[in-house]
Design a protein around this ligand. Structure first.
Ligand SMILES: Nc1nc2c(ncn2[C@@H]2O[C@H](COP(=O)(O)OP(=O)(O)O)[C@@H](O)[C@H]2O)c(=O)[nH]1
Ligand SMILES: [Mg+2]
Length: 352
């Protein structure tokens, strides 16, 4: 998971750590050359050395001071020190499919943290660069969060959730995973087979519904998906079911007819939540598609699938920032349990 991005962040960290250590060495050798001149090293502030006057005492004072100075050496990174590594970091982020405004946000945050207003860095502070990177990533990822479980708990039943996205990204599989998770949490679930377009789509979700012991509402192939979702909500209301998960056919945002159909579904059976599903491996394309779908129907949250196959990691960093809506879950495999609640800290932990 995210191996390439992890490598690139690691190389930035190494470069800056080398810069810090070079600066410390340079400062130390300067101090060693003229310890008495600096006044600081000879213990000017140490009144007891002067009063007692003992030579031995003074010597110990010098050694101890020098020790603390090495330990507590503070250096300042300049704009100049960071210019090239930051440029390389920005390129690395872009290559990892982090969207441009998001990459710029990360660079600014790292710069702010490492340079600041002449920020002093203690040479013995471990992982200063890692901390700066982590904070920068978190700052662009945790804009708008909402808790899926809380949302389900407090929304009047049945909660109607519609899943949208392009073909093959994992909508149907994700619906089955979410259904399994909801069942585990004690909710009753109805699935609406709203992909009436693709041959075999209903059979695919029917198998999941049977395995999970969940009611499936379906119409014949080629039927109106809005009518299927409407029926599912009617059924759930009559039977006091908690949640309706509506599958829809994969569609490209450029297909006006299919996008109009999506609007119709949302008009006929207004969802409480629209979840955009896309695959992390699609990188910037996924982020771009999220933006475009969001213009047709208001997305409430995102799910990124196939994160287990994603070496770049950029989509997960960008998608919430670009849509203004959080990532709710990540799909990390093909089994029902391969759905993890999104947590920016968990995500960032994978990168170090
Ligand atoms: N490795 C991996 N494969 C996934 C994941 N989610 C879905 N898939 C696979 O992606 C393929 C397409 O999934 P499907 O649910 O049919 O996509 P849909 O067309 O959007 O409904 C299937 O082979 C799934 O098993 C995931 O998180 N990880
Ligand atoms: Mg499907």
């Amino acid at each position: 998971m995210f191996s390439k991005l992890r490598e690139k962040l690691g190389s930035f960290r190494e470069t800056i750590e080398n810069t810090i250590s070079d600066k410390v060495k340079a400062a130390d050798s300067k101090a060693a050359q003229a310890p008495e001149e600096s006044g600081d090293v000879s213990g000017a502030g140490d009144a007891s050395a002067g009063v007692k006057g003992g030579k031995k005492q003074k010597k110990i004072g010098v050694i101890e001071k020098a020790k603390t100075l090495i330990l507590e050496r503070e250096i300042v990174l300049s704009e100049n020190d960071l210019e090239e590594p930051l440029w390389e970091l920005e390129m690395a982020l872009l290559e990892s499919d982090v969207a441009l405004p998001v990459a710029e946000g990360i660079i600014d945050a790292v710069k702010q943290e490492l340079i600041g207003v002449h920020r002093k860095i203690r040479a013995d502070t471990a992982d200063i660069v890692e901390t700066a990177l982590r904070n920068a990533l978190l700052s662009v990822m945790t804009k708008e969060m909402f808790d899926f479980d809380e949302f389900i708990a407090k929304t009047p039943k049945p909660v109607n959730i519609t899943f949208i996205g392009v073909n093959g990204t994992g909508k149907t599989t994700t619906i089955a995973k979410v259904a399994a998770r909801l069942k585990e949490n004690g909710y009753s679930v109805v699935i609406a087979s709203g992909d009436t377009y693709r041959a075999g789509a209903t059979e695919q979700i029917e198998r999941h519904a049977e395995k999970l012991g969940v009611k499936l509402i379906k119409h014949q192939h080629g039927g109106d998906p809005a009518a299927v979702v409407y029926d599912a909500v009617q059924h759930a209301t009559a039977q006091h079911r908690d949640v309706v998960l509506a599958d829809t056919a994969g569609r490209l945002h450029t297909n006006i007819n299919l996008m109009d159909q999506l609007k119709k579904i949302c008009r006929v059976a207004p969802p409480d939540l629209v979840i955009f599903v896309d695959e992390a491996v699609a990188g910037n394309d996924a982020v771009e598609r999220a933006r475009e779908f969001n213009e047709t129907v208001a997305i409430g949250g995102n799910i990124l699938t196939k994160v287990d196959m994603d070496s770049k990691g950029g989509a997960a960093i960008s998608i919430a920032h670009v849509t203004g809506k959080p990532i709710l879950f990540l799909g990390i495999g093909q089994k029902y349990e391969d759905l993890v609640k999104f947590d920016a800290e968990w995500y960032v932990d994978q990168l170090f």
